[in-house]
Design a protein around this ligand. Sequence first.
Ligand code: PEP
Ligand code: MG
Length: 493
Amino acid sequence: VARISEAINQGLTAEAAVSQVQNGNRARLGQVSDAYLRERLLDLEDLSMRLLRHLSPEAKAAKPNLPDDTILIARAMGPAELLDYDRSKLRGVLLEEGSSSSHVAIVARALGIPVVGHCVGALSRIDPRDPLILDGDRGQVFIRPGEDVAAGFQRSIELRTLRKGLYREIRSLPSVTLDGVPITLQINAGLVIEMPQLQEVNADGVGLYRTEIPFMVAAGYPDLATQTELYRNVLDGADGKPVTFRTLDVGGDKPLPSFAVPPEENPALGWRALRIGLDRPAMLRIQLRALIAAAAGRELKLMFPLVAEVAELDRARQRLAREMDRAHALSIAPASLKTGVMIEVPALLWQLDALLHDIDFVSVGSNDLMQYLFAADRNNGRVNNRYDALSPPLLNALAWTNGKCRAARVPLSVCGDMASRPLDAMALVGLGIESLSMPAQAIGPVKTMVRSVEVRRIAPYLEQAMKSRDHSLRGKLRAFAQDHSILLEDNLG
Ligand code: PEP
Ligand code: MG
């Protein structure tokens, strides 16, 4: 703001001043080697584009009504700008800059809009109205595709539409296996705009509400009032269905624009999630206070991420108890409180008896549990595909955890990515896990699998297979699904 004012005082128009300052930002931040700071440049680009739109009538008019089936191409884009476009016309976004962790990608994912980033030179190589194929699954873009490529994609789009129709048909049918085992299916969410999906896919609730997402897309640190309103909107949006809020899970691969974590050699093993909450009591206190206030008179379900030992949980719970006492004194307490823990750090597996003694529920974060069990950074492309979720070590760890939870009568659910893949979810059901949480788009495919599987057949098969020396049971389980007519996404049509 100071630089823009200075440029205006020196005689530039407001529009020219914004452009000049943004050119300066681009030149400066473009050189920075730190990826996090470079990404902030995109936020500044977003801000200046919005300023320009307000300032100049031409720029205002420059955002036309989108034609049908638009793919938006931009050098960079901020999350706020994406929300300005008509979502019913937008089929995809192509960015010259930006990565899967950029804010626009986070919001686009929440809205189910495919985004492909890092497409250097896209703007100069693509003309308006050029036909494009954007494959968000594989991060590929085909410019003016040949007929054979277009026909191949057309076929896969038709299949996808067909499958969506099948999922709509089973929307109101129960999620229960062929032999009568009910499987709870919940959604993972992180933005209020995702809440309508809960009703759309008819899920049982929100099994993981990632509270850090709004923090990641906001420029400033949300204060108590902002957080309270946000969580209240989430609960209102859930319309009586349960919502499991996870306290802030930042640091590591989740940077906050408003809270700088000092650079670390091993961010995945570093200062993140509850560790920050315990070291910065005000952050945790404000969030707990906001969650409690938002849930006043209703049920509050909350869980702590990245708990490594029970003593750590106890410290967090003491703070929670203090906030609950305060809420009771002010008569703004939730109607009930359920406290849970995410199982993500292997150390906790060896303290399950103590943990399960007085906890209301646990939720397995298989993404982190895998990265720590296998010592393989989930964001490092060289190692993150080396180990499979359907490997005997991970499945044995989950079987052990589930057995302990059943014995202690503590509900367990899985909310990591594996729960969203039908074949992996089949294995989880085979282990006896009866509650899964996943992105809303996965509910249809996973429910389809659930309704075609028999626990009494898959369970003994899996128990034997888990004793093998195999790297992964994926091939065997896929063959099992084939032999037993279990419906997975790729054998549906
Ligand atoms: C997980 O680790 O599996 C999880 C659900 O948490 P996140 O992916 O947000 O780290
Ligand atoms: Mg995690």
